[in-house]
Design a protein around this ligand. Structure first.
Ligand SMILES: *Cc1c(COP(=O)(O)O)cnc(C)c1O
Length: 356
C-alpha cells in the first residue's frame, strides 16, 4: 500500500469542447503521479502533483543510454458514468518484466495499480464521455542518475501521465495497408523485443517512416534471424485467420506480449476456435492469400483495440484480404472487447476494474 500525497492544481485546464477532435496523445490532464527510487531506500515519496515539466540534469542517464520503460492502458467511462480500467494488473506485471530486462527496480503490482487508480480518480472528469473515446494512461520509468558512466542507475523516477484520446476510428473500423519490412528488424532472441521500452521504438522509427512514404500505415516485422516468420506490427500484435484457424506469433522473447492479444486469444478459445501460437512464415501467408484461404488479418493493441488489415505487401507482391472490407470475426472481436471495456456487455471474465 502506497501512501500517496495529493497536491491539487490551483488552476485547472479547459476541458476540450469537442471530444471528436481529441486525436491521440496530444492533450494532457491537470495532474501527474510521481514516485522516486533510491538504491538502499527503495520507492518513496509517492505523490500526485500538478502536471509540469520535469527538471533533469543534461547528464541524466536516460538521455544517454535510454534506460526507460513504459506502459499503455486506458480508463473507460460507461454509459452509467462509471470509470473503469481493463486488466491493469497485466500491465503492472509486464512493466516489471520490462524493468527486470533493463536492470530497473520493480514496482509491486498492487502499488502500480493503486497509483494508476489514484491518478485516474483525481482526473475522473477528464475521462471522455463520447463513444469510443477514453483516457489513455501512460506510466513510465526513467533512470535519473547524473553522470555518463554506463551501469544500472541507482536512482529512478516513476511517472504516470494521462491523455484524453478520441475514438481511434472516427468513422468505424477502417482496414489498413501494411508493409512487410524485409531490411530492418525490431527484435532478436536475447534482446528487448518483449519489453515496452523506448529503445525498441527508437530503432523502429526509420522503417515506419519508409512505410509511410510508400503509402502504408504500419510495418509488419519479421523475425530478426531469418526474416522469414511474421512477428508483430508497429505497436500491435497481429493475427491471421487462415482456413478457419487463427495464427499468431508466440511470445518467446521477440514479441511484445499484448494484453489485447491475450484477451482475444481467450475469447477465441471460448468461441471454439483453434489458436496456433507459433512460427508462421510470411511465404505461407502470401501462399494462403493466393489460394483464397487468407480470410482475415487484424492487429491487436490497446490504442486501436482491433485494426483490420486489407493488404500486405512483401517483396513487391501484394496479398489482398477480404476485398478491403472488415471480416466478420474481426468485427465480432472488436464489438465484444470494446463492449466489455465500455461496460456495454457483462464482464464475465473479471477483466474490468472499477475506479471508485
Ligand atoms: C504495447 C504494444 C503492443 C500491444 O500491447 P497491448 O497490451 O495489447 O496494448 C504490441 N506491440 C508492441 C510493440 C507494443 O509496444
Amino acid at each position: 500500500m502506497l501512501n500517496i500525497t495529493v497536491q491539487k492544481s490551483a488552476v485547472l485546464k479547459q476541458k476540450p469542447a469537442d471530444e471528436g477532435k481529441l486525436g491521440f496523445g496530444k492533450l494532457f490532464t491537470d495532474h501527474m503521479f510521481l514516485m522516486d527510487y533510491t538504491a538502499g531506500e527503495g520507492w518513496h515519496d509517492a505523490r500526485i502533483v500538478p502536471y509540469a515539466p520535469l527538471p533533469l540534469d543534461p547528464a541524466t542517464t536516460v538521455f544517454h543510454y535510454a534506460q526507460e520503460i513504459f506502459e499503455g492502458m486506458k480508463a473507460y467511462r460507461t454509459a452509467e458514468g462509471r470509470v473503469q480500467l481493463f486488466r491493469p494488473e497485466c500491465n503492472a506485471a509486464r512493466f516489471n518484466d520490462s524493468a527486470d530486462r533493463l536492470g530497473m527496480p520493480p514496482i509491486p503490482t498492487e502499488d502500480f495499480v493503486q497509483a494508476v487508480k489514484a491518478l485516474v480518480d483525481v482526473e475522473r472528469d477528464w475521462v471522455p464521455h463520447s463513444d469510443g473515446a477514453s483516457l489513455y494512461i501512460r506510466p513510465f520509468c526513467i533512470a535519473t542518475d547524473v553522470g555518463l558512466g554506463v551501469h544500472a542507475a541507482k536512482n529512478y523516477l516513476f511517472v504516470i501521465i494521462c491523455s484524453p484520446s478520441g475514438a481511434y476510428y472516427a468513422e468505424g473500423l477502417d482496414p489498413v495497408r501494411i508493409y512487410v519490412e524485409d531490411e530492418y528488424i525490431r527484435a532478436a532472441p536475447g534482446l528487448t523485443g518483449f519489453c515496452k521500452c523506448g529503445g525498441n521504438y527508437a530503432a523502429s522509427i526509420k522503417a515506419g517512416e519508409k512505410a509511410e512514404e510508400l503509402g502504408f500505415s504500419q510495418v509488419l516485422w519479421l523475425d530478426g534471424v531469418e526474416k522469414k516468420y511474421v512477428e508483430e506490427v508497429g505497436s500491435m500484435n497481429i493475427m491471421f485467420k487462415i482456413d478457419g484457424k487463427i495464427y499468431t506469433a508466440a511470445c518467446t522473447g521477440t514479441v511484445l506480449p499484448g494484453v489485447t492479444r491475450r484477451s482475444i486469444i481467450e475469447l477465441l478459445k471460448d468461441w471454439g476456435y483453434e489458436v496456433i501460437e507459433g512460427p508462421l512464415a510470411i511465404a505461407d501467408v502470401m501462399k494462403a492469400a493466393d489460394e483464397g484461404k487468407l480470410e482475415e488479418v487484424f492487429g491487436t493493441g490497446t490504442a486501436a483495440v482491433i485494426s483490420p488489415v486489407k493488404e500486405l505487401d512483401w517483396e513487391g507482391k501484394a496479398a489482398m484480404i477480404g476485398g478491403g472490407k472488415i471480416g466478420p470475426l474481426t468485427q465480432k472481436l472488436y464489438d465484444t472487447l470494446t463492449g466489455i471495456q465500455w461496460g456495454r456487455l457483462p464482464d464475465t471474465k473479471g477483466w474490468v476494474v472499477p475506479v471508485e
